[in-house]
Design a protein around this ligand. Structure first.
Ligand code: MYA
Length: 433
């Protein structure tokens, strides 16, 4: 599941048996090979929209002389188109005010019924209203970047796309970007080329704020990912996961052996492990900034960002830290966000409660132990599954903590910024919701 944008499920329930490497993300050269094979065989001339955009094109992959950085120089602001793009005659643009309860409800329902599903259409992301408000209103957000499309006659909301501002560092350059998310077209209006108009409109509104780059993720391959990540899933409530078809009983496994396999202690093991509070913002910012500096692509977070993105919010984001019982120094940090999925067509269960690993920093406590404590608190909060991407140092704990690889991949993209050879998931320090 991408954060967002790719729903993923483990192929089978026995983590011992499911440790094939992700064929795409193993190294740069295999990503390049697969993408260029795609280009040759299937996609040349097939991306009518994306071929016109300032993104790294598939055909450029072989050309290692192209410079890193901005692809198309900014135009003077006065030359940015002042009026919205044309929509087909029966539709109109709307700016969605997420403070307004009614509008927030409409967005929630559009996404609840039409947003990302897994390949077998068994699960669909069900972002909560509180989550949407959190995701869409970070420091310095622009209401004009929360864009809807309505049917003129009925005023029904039928499409949506959003951006939020962020500073993202690529190697040693910090770039102001928009993080684009929640692109959604009502099921009945698919394949009518509405998505390219929505993307052009959000681009125009981002340009009006003098911002020229963007970051986004998708479950589909477009020109051209900077990296391709894989989701891993750690069962917390294996019986329910098996009952709803999220996972399967491994070969030679019984339900009771499976439940035993995934059992966790009732409380965290690390002395000084506690929930993050407002007074911790500066210590957490220091920890995070220092940690994220080691990745090739990562957000540049200040205290305001940390307060917004990482201070715990019930049913939205959870953050824990380790405060040394002796020195009271904050030495370690872990966090996850709450993103349930609707279970489609199951008579017994309607919702899968999933936690998604967010940002984790271990300086004193072993990362493995810290993440095991995160699993313990997630289990206590009645999550059914804990998901994590193979970004940052996550690979170091996934197998040992009994995560199994998912079947979905999440591709990361930058708009109007070339990263020459692509990067490995472990070089990526960015989690999008
Ligand atoms: S990713 C989540 C996307 N949402 C879903 O998967 C929800 C379910 N699906 C849908 O609602 C629709 O299928 C969507 C496409 C809306 C996805 N990202 O209108 P169409 C291209 C980018 O006929 P539809 C997220 O939210 C496709 O390749 N492009 O298709 C991040 C084709 O172009 P081309 C996509 O199925 C979004 C064209 O659209 C995606 O009715 C980042 C077809 O249009 C996708 N996920 O609608 C957006 N899917 O012919 C980019 C399809 O060239 C942001 N397409 O192949 C770029 C930066 C902008 C800001 C820049 C600022 C400087």
């Amino acid at each position: 599941m991408d954060g967002n944008n790719s729903q993923s499920r483990p192929p089978s329930e026995n983590p011992e048996l499911n440790h094939e490497e992700n064929p795409i993300s193993k190294d740069d050269s295999s990503l390049e090979t697969i993408v260029s094979r795609f280009q040759d065989a299937f996609t040349a001339g097939k991306h009518k929209f994306w071929e016109t955009q300032p993104v790294r094109q598939f055909k450029e992959i072989a050309d290692t002389n192209l410079p890193e950085g901005t692809i198309e120089a900014p135009t003077p602001l006065a030359e940015v188109k002042q009026e919205p793009y044309n929509l087909p005659a029966q539709y109109e643009w709307t700016t969605c005010d997420m403070d307004d309860e009614g509008t927030c409800n409409e967005v929630y329902n559009l996404l609840k019924n039409n947003y990302v599903e897994d390949d077998e259409n068994m699960f669909r992301f069900n972002y909560s209203k509180e989550f949407l408000r959190w995701a869409l209103r970070p420091p310095g957000y622009y209401r004009s970047w929360h864009i809807g499309v309505r049917v003129k006659d009925s005023k029904k909301l039928v499409a949506f796309i959003t951006g939020v501002p962020a500073r993202i560092r690529v190697r040693d350059e910090v770039v102001k970007m928009a993080e684009i998310n929640f692109l959604c077209v009502h099921k009945k209006l698919r394949s009518k080329r509405l998505a390219p108009v929505m993307i052009k409109e959000v681009t125009r509104r981002v340009h009006l704020e003098n911002i020229w780059q963007a970051a986004y993720t998708a479950g589909v391959i477009l020109p051209t990912p900077i990296t391709t990540c894989q989701y891993w899933h750690r069962s917390l409530n294996p019986k329910k996961l098996i009952d709803v078809g999220f996972s399967r009983l491994g070969p030679r496994m019984t339900m009771s052996r499976t439940i035993k396999l995934y059992k966790l202690p009732s409380s965290p093991a690390t002395p000084g492990f506690r929930k993050m509070e407002l007074r911790d913002v500066s210590a957490v910012t220091r920890l995070l900034r220092n940690y994220l500096s080691r990745f090739v692509v990562a957000p540049d977070l200040d205290e305001n960002d940390v307060e917004h993105w990482l201070l715990p919010q019930e049913d939205v984001v959870d953050s824990y830290l380790v405060e040394s019982p002796e020195t009271h120094e904050v030495t370690d940090f872990c966090s996850f966000y709450t993103l349930p999925s609707s279970i489609l067509g199951n008579p017994n269960y309607s919702t899968l409660k999933a936690a998604y690993s967010y940002y984790n920093v271990a300086t004193r406590t072993p990362l493995l132990q810290l993440m095991n404590d995160a699993l313990i608190v997630a289990k206590k909060k009645e999550f059914d599954v804990f998901n994590a991407l193979d970004v940052m140092q996550n690979e170091s704990f996934l197998k040992e903590l009994k995560f199994g690889p998912g079947d979905g991949q999440l591709h990361y993209y930058l708009y109007n910024y070339r990263v020459r050879n692509g990067i490995k998931p472990s070089e990526l320090g960015l989690v999008l919701l």
